[in-house]
Write a protein that binds this ligand. Structure first.
Ligand code: ZN
Length: 313
């Protein structure tokens, strides 16, 4: 997830199990907008974030053991599918055109609406970022996105992301391969579900994104549409680049250097761990400003392929 904060975003860490947790990290006592969080069965936990509070009532941190369990389960599924000849040949990467359903959750009076042009621009951002179009160093993931439909609702509760399990179950479209994006007004930039939770939480699968984070939105530094890119990264199985902090395991991706905590802004040269490599501040799975983001790494592209094959293909 990505939280909306005036400065730092939050961190999320994952886990499985049930619920999501998040906490805003850093920032001042007045920071309010968390950037993002992971949804059900996942959770987020920034190192040291507990001191900041902000965790949900039914959330818990994902333990290292739970993270290992997810990795082991995924590896087993991939081995089983490979043995059956399902999926892409060894060494090849899965690609897909993902149908996208937008759900504009407006208030009764209409607040929270976005234009068709903004949705079109958001789609263009997804396609550009997942194609590696923002930097020569960026991976082309091979994933493209096509607008399947747009729905608009007027409901004060839904607009504020209240009764989210209910409204998602009532409005979600498509199967495991369909991306549902609910645009709401809440204190986060975005919240996502992980692919390994799809089988037991089909009805709520997708991402919730602050409507003002779309291109042309009003959230300063976070209104170029890249919150959706970050959340889709989670939806495709990526962890934050600061997942696990300064550990070798970190985010389970070898070519994203470990970092101790989320990045705020765009601090060139940041190096928060003694492990090799500068912090990947330009990576979509950090919490940097939208203008700072420009890439997924090749390792993340491979992880997306594996997760797609295991859970969404
Ligand atoms: Zn996130």
């Amino acid at each position: 997830m990505r939280s909306l904060i005036t400065r730092p975003r939050l961190l999320a860490v994952l886990l499985t199990g049930t619920a999501l947790a998040f906490s805003p990290l850093g920032g001042t006592a007045t920071a309010k907008l968390p950037l993002d969080q992971l949804d059900s069965l996942n959770c987020i936990t920034p190192a040291g974030a507990s001191a900041k509070g902000g965790r949900g009532p039914d959330t818990r941190e994902m333990s290292p053991a739970e993270q290992r369990a997810v990795e082991a389960q995924t590896a087993q599924i991939l081995r089983d599918k490979a043995a059956r000849g399902v999926g892409v040949p060894k060494g090849a990467l899965a690609t897909a055109t993902v149908p996208v359903y937008f759900h504009v959750m407006r208030a009764a009076a209409g607040n929270g609406d976005v234009t068709d042009s903004q949705i079109s621009q958001q789609m263009a951002v997804l396609n550009k970022t997942f194609a590696g179009g923002e930097s020569p160093a960026a991976a082309n993931t091979g994933f493209t996105f096509t607008l399947a439909d747009t729905f608009r609702y007027n409901n004060n509760q839904w607009h504020q992301d209240k009764q989210s399990s209910t409204y998602r179950k009532q409005t979600r479209k498509g199967g495991a391969n369909a991306l549902n994006i609910w645009l709401v007004d809440f204190s986060y930039l975005g919240i996502a579900t992980f692919p390994w939770d799809y089988s037991r939480s089909k009805g709520v699968d997708g991402i919730r994104v602050h409507f003002d984070s779309l291109p042309g939105g009003s959230i300063a530094n976070y209104n170029l549409g890249e919150t959706a890119t970050h959340e889709v990264g989670h939806w495709l199985g990526l962890y934050h680049t600061f997942q696990g902090g300064c550990t070798a395991t970190n985010d389970e991706v070898a070519d994203t250097a470990a970092q101790s905590s989320p990045t705020n802004g765009c601090p060139d040269g940041r190096d928060s761990c003694t492990l090799p490599g500068l912090d990947p501040i330009n990576n979509y799975m950090d919490y940097s400003y939208d203008s700072c983001y420009n890439q997924f790494s090749p390792g993340q592209s491979t992880r997306i392929s594996d997760m797609w094959t295991a859970y969404r293909a």
